[in-house]
Design a protein around this ligand. Structure first.
Ligand code: AMP
Length: 355
């Protein structure tokens, strides 16, 4: 990363006085709550004003707010935030609001490996990484004329599934596609969705062992997506499409879920392969990451996306999940992140988990 030297950034820090900071959105309540449980100070970066709803959740409210006019301004305030010994926990909205370029040059110690963004934000690079790890992804359909099964069309840069559509034939695709936007066409995988929340520590060996460090499964969720998940209340999708009503894939919430226990070995094998490949490619996907999967009727996993930081799907588990309870009671992903920072600090290994 150009111009970012983690050693230098940390050199002025009072290590006995670290503050965990994130942007007030997405999974911030969980991140602040987890940090407080591990006795960190917390700071919430908010645009324009202190968000009033935090008053209703004292255990998820940051100790201090840092108000900016615009998220993109965070880069400008790096020096001021450094004086507060801030370690940033990036979540999906943090990266989106700041913009990937600003995120890459943000002069603040940031949890995880920022280089992952290069592999995660470009669909071709993402495919190279995941398929290189032996992961099965939905088939990509290069030419619309080759559509011979149900497909999902995804626009580049679309947020939270906005604008995505399903087509069953080439003709249907032609009718619906917005030609002025760039898109990819992917086989629509029939099955049930599981969003798997992993945590990879390169510095601790107390979980599922990898070539370096170890892997945990903290929780899993299923996203609630409007209108696809409830559209059938009005009639069959085919019926509605005839009326010009098409289902959409906009995420509105997250539902807790557990998986058949017999599938867990596959879950760990996939996580292991993704981490090992990432170590080879760019130094590792450090901390939380999520594989977004569909399990087919043959009990095969197809991974349609990776999210390389804390996902909002971890939010149902502020006080632990059926999996994290078997690691430590009351363990959320937010708390696990805080623990990793605490452990690394104690062992003088912060540079291994921050970038
Ligand atoms: P994404 O932005 O890639 O996470 O996709 C948004 C939503 O579309 C997902 O949460 C799934 O519900 C659905 N989806 C994405 N890709 C596929 C696929 N290949 N097959 C079936 N459903 C998919």
């Amino acid at each position: 990363m150009a111009g970012i030297d983690i050693k230098e950034m940390l050199s002025t820090y009072d290590k006995n006085n670290l503050t965990i900071a994130t942007v007030c959105s997405h999974s911030s309540l969980q991140i602040f709550n987890g940090a407080k449980k591990e006795r960190f100070k917390t700071l919430g970066i908010s645009v324009g004003e202190v968000k009033k709803f935090y008053d209703a959740f004292p255990l998820g409210k940051p100790d201090e707010f840092f108000i900016v006019d615009n998220y993109k301004d965070i880069v400008k305030y790096a020096e001021e935030l450094k004086e507060k010994n801030v370690i940033v926990i990036p979540h999906g909205s943090f990266v989106e609001y700041l913009g990937p370029k600003n995120f890459m040059k943000l002069g603040l110690p940031t949890f995880g490996n920022r280089n992952v963004l290069i592999w995660e934000s470009d669909r071709e690079m993402e495919r190279k990484w995941l398929e290189g790890a032996g992961i099965i992804m939905p088939q990509a359909i290069k030419k619309p004329k080759d559509i011979d099964r149900p497909v999902i069309v995804k626009y580049h840069g679309a947020k939270g599934g906005k604008g995505f559509f399903v087509a069953k034939t080439y003709e249907e695709f032609e009718k619906r596609v917005k030609k002025n936007k760039s898109y990819i066409i992917q086989e629509f995988v029939m099955g049930t969705r599981y969003y798997l929340h992993y945590f990879y520590s390169p510095i601790q060996d107390n979980a599922y062992k990898l070539s370096k460090g170890s892997l945990q499964l903290i929780s899993m969720d299923r996203r609630d997506e409007t209108t696809i998940d409830e559209v059938q209340r009005l009639g069959s999708i085919a019926e509605l499409e005839e009326l010009g009503i098409h289902p959409t894939f906009v995420v509105t919430g997250n539902i807790p879920i557990v998986m058949r226990e017999s599938l867990l070995p596959k879950v760990f094998k996939m996580g292991e392969a993704v981490v090992e490949e990432s170590l080879q490619l760019f130094g590792g996907v450090i901390g939380s990451f999520c594989l977004e999967t569909v399990v087919t009727e043959d009990l095969e996993f197809k991974v349609f996306e990776i999210s390389a930081r804390i996902v909002a799907g971890t939010n149902p588990y502020v006080s632990g999940s059926p999996y994290s309870e078997l690691i430590q009671p009351d363990l959320s992903t937010g708390r696990r992140i805080a623990q990793e920072i605490k452990y690394a600090n104690k062992k003088k290994l912060l540079e291994e988990i921050l970038s």
